[in-house]
Design a protein around this ligand. Structure first.
Ligand SMILES: [Zn+2]
Length: 350
């Protein structure tokens, strides 16, 4: 079956020395220390080792063919957001990453759909870059779950969301700068505990802050099946009902009202949880998304979903229809759906 993976990350093979260019800051740089591998360095601190599937478009296409998947929605690695930088420098860095994504999508239109990144810490220049992305054919952007620990409900971000709605640009909200991470550095807790909580924080902020209410045509998708939001929706709804004085201060509508109004990816690593997610937000709102190529990702590209014995029409929705709806807001097809000729050529390679 035709598949689109709507949650994958990519980097350019070579990054400029941003710290030297801007004269400050722990910007990410890459050390290609042996063939096919690179160290991502945050200033002088080791962040993570990546392999060529993080930058080589051909390697990625071949890895995906093993799982019969043609199309990847690509966005940067969240550590690249750099919302802490001076806005003009973050704009410069974002443009560099966005130009790389645009070139990739232009070269491989059947395989890559780009989501841009914005200097979210400054609405004016963020909107300026958003308009440029629109003109370059990007269907949407990826943003963090908070911006320098400011919640997405804060008024300074509203003009950016408004512009996204007006320009028909979809938004992937991805956890980053996990709250409390300095207090839980051991056991990979920022990734295991912080990330799901961050995504829940983002969804609650957008609901309770009235952003989803005021911009009903803005299409949000949340990483990792919405983090801890859906598993704790009962508690969140109950909190809204028992303490409206604390919760319902900016939006009188209950959180359950918004179930079915936003999308989430399928990266649960748990068929039972995915069934619950499908039940709670509906089979029109769950998209195949894996977090490839990172170790916490679903690196068999949705194989567990094929084993869930879902009806073919539900699978079709999860594997590509819902993603196209989220990205474009209509029933279009994607060039990747039209031809399998390129696949057979690639498979024939030694
Ligand atoms: Zn991710």
């Amino acid at each position: 079956m035709y598949k689109i993976d709507m949650h994958t990350h990519i980097l350019p093979e070579k990054l400029p020395d941003f710290a030297q260019k801007y004269g400050y800051g722990d910007f990410i740089h890459l050390e290609h220390h042996r063939p096919g591998f690179a160290r991502m360095m945050k200033g002088s601190t080791f962040f993570r080792e990546i392999e060529s599937n993080c930058w080589d478009p051909q390697v990625r296409i071949e890895e995906y063919l093993r799982f019969n998947t043609r199309v990847q929605v690509v966005c940067t690695v969240p550590v690249m957001f750099s919302y802490w930088a001076k806005p003009a420098d973050c704009l410069d860095l974002s443009r560099f990453l966005n130009d790389h994504l645009a070139a990739l999508a232009a070269e491989y239109p059947e395989h890559y759909i780009p989501l841009g990144t914005l200097p979210m810490q400054d609405a004016d220049i963020a909107i300026q870059e958003l308009q440029r992305l629109k003109a370059m054919g990007f269907p949407g952007i990826q943003i963090g779950s908070n911006i320098n620990q400011r919640n997405l409900s804060e008024p300074e971000f509203f003009p950016i969301f408004e512009a996204c709605e007006a320009l028909n640009m979809a938004i992937l909200v991805h956890p980053w700068e996990m709250m409390g991470q300095e207090y839980m550095t051991k056991y990979w807790l920022p990734w295991l505990v912080g990330m799901p909580a961050e995504t829940c924080r983002a969804i609650c902020s957008l609901i309770f802050g009235g952003v989803m209410e005021r911009l009903p045509n803005l299409r949000f998708c949340f990483a990792h099946a919405g983090g801890s939001f859906i598993p704790t929706i009962g508690r969140i709804q109950h909190g809204f009902e028992c303490r409206p004085d604390l919760v319902a201060v900016d939006n009188p509508k209950p959180p359950r009202h918004y179930l079915g109004k936003f999308w989430v990816d399928s990266a649960t690593h748990d068929a039972q949880l995915l069934r619950y997610v499908l039940e709670v937000i509906g089979e029109d709102k769950v998209c195949l998304g894996t977090d490839y190529p990172f170790p916490l990702g679903d690196l068999e590209i949705g194989a567990f979903i094929e084993g869930m014995e879902l009806p073919p029409q539900t699978l079709e929705k999860i594997f590509y229809r819902n993603t196209l709806q989220w990205l474009y807001g209509d029933d279009r097809t994607h060039p990747g759906a039209l031809s399998t000729e390129a696949d057979s050529k690639l498979r024939a390679r030694p």
